[in-house]
Each structure stands twice: as C-alpha cells, then as structure tokens.
Design a protein around this ligand. Structure first.
Ligand code: PEP
Ligand code: MG
Length: 325
C-alpha cells in the first residue's frame, strides 16, 4: 500500500473531472522538505521557522538563518516556498528568551506581537529571508495577524530590511510576495480589509479552530470539543475565502484540516485549490483527490453549509469518505 501510494508522487492531484489541487508541504527543516518533495509536494506552503530558534542558547544570526532559508529555496527549485516569520509564544518557548508568565499564553505575547515588539530580531529574520529570495521563489508570511495595523507595521519593517540590503549592495527579490495567516477570528472577520494589504492568505486552521471555538488546542480535557467541522469554523473559512476571491488574491489552507481527506468537499465547495500539509499526509490526500469527482464533492460541501451541528456535518462528509467519490 505504501509502495503503491509512492507511485503517485509524480502524478498531479487532479479530480476525475479535472480540478487541480496544488498540494504543498508544511516543513520545519530541509529534511522535512526532502520528504515533502519525495511525496510530490508542489512547493512549501508553510515553513515553520521557529525550530531554527529552538534548542540553542542564543538567537540565530542573519547569516545562519540565510543559509538555511537559501538551502530550502534552492532545494525547492522552481516551486514556491512560503517562509513564515517567527511564531513563538503560546505553546512554543525559547530557553534564552524568557517570555513572561502568562495566564493565557495563547492570548498573549506571541508570534507577530513579539516580532513587532522586538524589532531588531524581526528585521534580522526579514533580512535573512530577503537574501534567500535571490535564490528561489520565496514568499514571506506573517503569523497571528489580528489587525490591519500589524500588517502595515510589519511591512514598514520589511521595507527597512530591504533598504538595509540595498545599502549593503546585496541582492533580493524586490517584488517578493507578502502574505498573512488567517488564524484569529478577528482576521477572518476583517478578511476583506486585510485582503487589501496582503498578496495572499493562508488559513491556519489549527489556531483558527481553537480561537473560534474558544477551545485550547492543547487541553486534553476538552479535546472532544476541538472540532474543525463546527458550523462556526466553516463560516469563518467561507468568509475568508470569499474575501480573498473578491480581492483577487490567492488563498490556501495550511492547518491540519488541509491534510484531512474528509475536508475535501469543503475545499471543492469553497473553491480552495491550494492545500499545504505535513509531508506524511500528501500521498494519502492525493490518492483521495484522484478518486474524487469535484462536482459531487462540491455538492456535499454545499450541503454542509446548511447544517446546524458538527455531528450532522461530519455525517454528511462521511458520505464522501465512504463513497470513493
Ligand atoms: C495553524 O495555526 O493552523 C498553523 C498552521 O500554524 P501552527 O500550527 O504552527 O500554529
Ligand atoms: Mg498557528
């Protein structure tokens, strides 16, 4: 079965009626990227850079980061690589950077909030990413965006990083695309406003589900309530996708939901064609897409949007998973 799936690596993920879904990999290292490419990933939809900052005693310097980003960009070749800026805080800690003790770390000092506070650290990272953009199809993505101001402020620092490189005479892609993660309910709610500020959206369902439902994604006790198929989550997804389409910018999904075959009817219905997932999920999801008729799958997705409970939505989606269509 594993060998059979591996045969699909070089096949594109196209439904029986011709809808092409671009499957990309979520990675944290060059090793992950190699596995993603082996499984036929059409690029990297999410490079989680926090792992470069972990298990060490100081912040990584520009040169060290640049080398890793460049290696990823070069290894991906002609495929796009979306590099997400540092997303620490919440569940992710750094030994050498003491984050405050917080009652609600997931609602606290994390991700872009830290980057905008520790500007020199952020500019170092942006500079390293920009340098790598001279060696591949690199894009930048900001995590945990919850307002238009944050995007503008981050972009100002990006401009500063560009100026710095220009002064040093170092090459970078001056047209580098800059996207944002939609993973906070506020971002979904103002997706139309954010779409005017970003080149693309990537929906982070892991956090979006926890914040929309107010269910801590790490808390075992309420794990049964952590359900991506809650009608509120589906609405947030639709609102985000519609806003992106209205503004004419691409929208992808990079949370765990993207790697769940059961969600395919939702993507078909919403018209989402870019999914980024863990390298281990790629072949399984592709196999399912190859056995899907988008038209029928879309209809299942559409019906999900008329249902009132997660249980009803999941049993509608079970029609899809059990049908082979
Ligand atoms: C997400 O929140 O869905 C996401 C992809 O980011 P992370 O899991 O790294 O928070
Ligand atoms: Mg997240």
């Amino acid at each position: 079965r594993k060998e059979q799936l591996q045969l699909l690596a070089s096949v594109e993920a196209v439904t029986k009626d011709g809808v092409h879904l671009r499957l990309a990999g979520n990675i944290s290292s060059v090793k992950d990227l190699k596995l993603a490419l082996k499984h036929g990933a059409e690029g990297v939809g999410l490079f989680r850079t926090e792992f470069l900052y972990m298990d060490r005693s100081t912040f990584p310097e520009e040169e060290e980061q640049y080398k890793v980003y460049r290696q990823v960009a070069e290894t991906a070749g002609a495929h796009p690589v979306v590099i997400r800026t540092l997303d620490i805080g919440g569940d992710k800690q750094l030994e050498y950077f003491s984050l405050p003790e917080e009652d609600n770390p997931f609602l606290g000092y994390r991700a872009i909030r830290i980057s905008l506070d520790r500007k020199e650290m952020f500019i170092t990272q942006l500079t390293a990413i920009l340098r790598a953009s001279a060696h591949g199809k690199v894009k930048i993505m900001y995590p945990m965006i919850s307002s238009v101001e944050e995007v503008r402020e981050a972009n100002q620092l990006l401009e500063e990083a560009k100026r710095g490189l220009h002064e040093r005479g170092i090459a970078y892609d001056s047209d580098i695309q800059v996207g944002i993660m939609i993973e906070v309910p506020a971002a979904a709610a103002i997706a139309d406003l954010l779409a005017a500020e970003a080149d693309f959206f990537s929906i982070g369902t892991n956090d979006l589900v926890q914040y929309v439902l107010a269910v801590d994604r790490m808390n075992e006790k309420i794990a049964h309530m952590y359900n991506p198929y809650h009608p509120a989550v589906l609405r947030a997804l639709r609102q985000t996708v519609l806003a992106a389409k209205e503004a004419g910018i691409p929208v992808s999904v990079c949370g765990e939901m993207a790697g769940d075959e059961k969600a395919i009817p939702i993507w078909n219905y919403l018209g989402v064609v870019d999914l980024s997932m863990s390298p281990q999920s790629l072949l399984r999801v592709k196999h399912r897409i190859l056995n899907t008729t988008a038209k029928e799958s879309q209809e299942i997705g559409a019906r999900c949007y008329c249902l009132s409970t997660s249980a009803e939505i999941e049993s509608e989606l079970a029609i899809f998973t059990e049908s082979g269509n």
